[in-house]
Ligand binder design. Sequence first.
Ligand code: IMO
Ligand code: MG
Length: 408
Amino acid sequence: VQNLSIIGLQWGDEGKGKIVDYFADEFDGVSRYNGGSNAGHTIVIGNRTYVFHLLPSGLLKGKRLFIGPGVVLDPIILKEELELAKKEGIKFDLLVDGRCTLVTPLEREMDAILETLRGDKALGTTKRGIGPAYAMRALRVIPRVMDLISGNYNLTFAKKFYSLFKKDLPDLGDWITESEEVLHDRVGDVSKSILEMNESQKWVIFEGAQGVLLDLIYGTYPYVTGAHTLANYIPASLGLPAKSVGIVMGVVKAYTTRVGNGPFPTELHGGLAEAIRTSGKEYGATTRRPRRIGWLDLVALKYSIKINGVEEIALTKLDILTKIKEMKVCTSYLLNGEEMTDFSTALPKIGEASPVYSEFPSFWGVELTSSKLPRVVDSFLEYLENELKVTIKLVSIGEDREETVERT
Ligand code: IMO
Ligand code: MG
């Protein structure tokens, strides 16, 4: 056994939360390592739906939970989630790394101001202060969690800095008190804890947020998030040796969605998009925005798979394809009259790429059960495995935890 890294290979919302929850039984802990409360990870058990933004998805399996140093942490959102979990009677043990970057109301304000300044070029961020928090980390403006707890910080510089953007700054007094309260008993050294666990043969799931195409450097810049989403970033952002990344499992939705702005070659409009959106409940778990919908894009996926060295995939939301009458997959792009299969070559002009599709027998009305997948589905999965050169380990055929098929 070893650690398991679970990352999204598209533009987020691939179903990472469900997959983490599914595998959590076999592990001793689950750790977040990137992003912040921009993530929205959903787990469905029976008639209950749980959405978490900061708490790792191992909490419903009673695993040790970690928020690693690379996360930008909004203590007020964490407080809300802790209260919700308490109300639900969910018990867990959470350790927050002292090196986490804090997200204060100032970064949230700044996120909104920057979006307004961008006008019709707005990124469509979640307005959770993620980009500004990472920027403030790089500029060394904001104290970290450990500085807040030790009382060894001064906000004078931060306030001067923010006054460049905004004249009437909110008073942070209450925020500081509240944040200290939430974090006080939960702060420690996540890197050290995970290293110690690994040394005694205890293994951890690293729960990715966002997706590869939203990576700050390797995604569809500038329409990306403020952090890194590649598997390589996991050990770096957790302070672990590179080999700790363990198995890298990519999560892929059987079609594509995107929230916020930016290029999306296989995007659909009209009735079909609406039908998928409705069946797939494709509304943002963090912002409630309707997600943009499109067919599966193999050009983009091959890129995500290649740059992450992904060998295993969990394919989610296959059941949604049984509710539509068409079935298409994008196999190349047309760009300036030229056919292209290489995403990184197309990337500088990706906004102008038009998709070339292969059609497949539709899954319309096909019944999916956990015991055996129908032939039409199996041959599609085999096609994907051949094209993408991966193993599809797991298939999700419904939103419930139980509706998951392991392929052998
Ligand atoms: P999970 O973990 C989907 C998108 C936003 C926006 C862009 C930048 O649930 O997959 P940000 O607030 O991060 O600066 O916004 O990134 N985005 C996500 N889209 N799923 C997510 O997380 C996302 N987190 C950020 O919609 O387009
Ligand atoms: Mg989500």
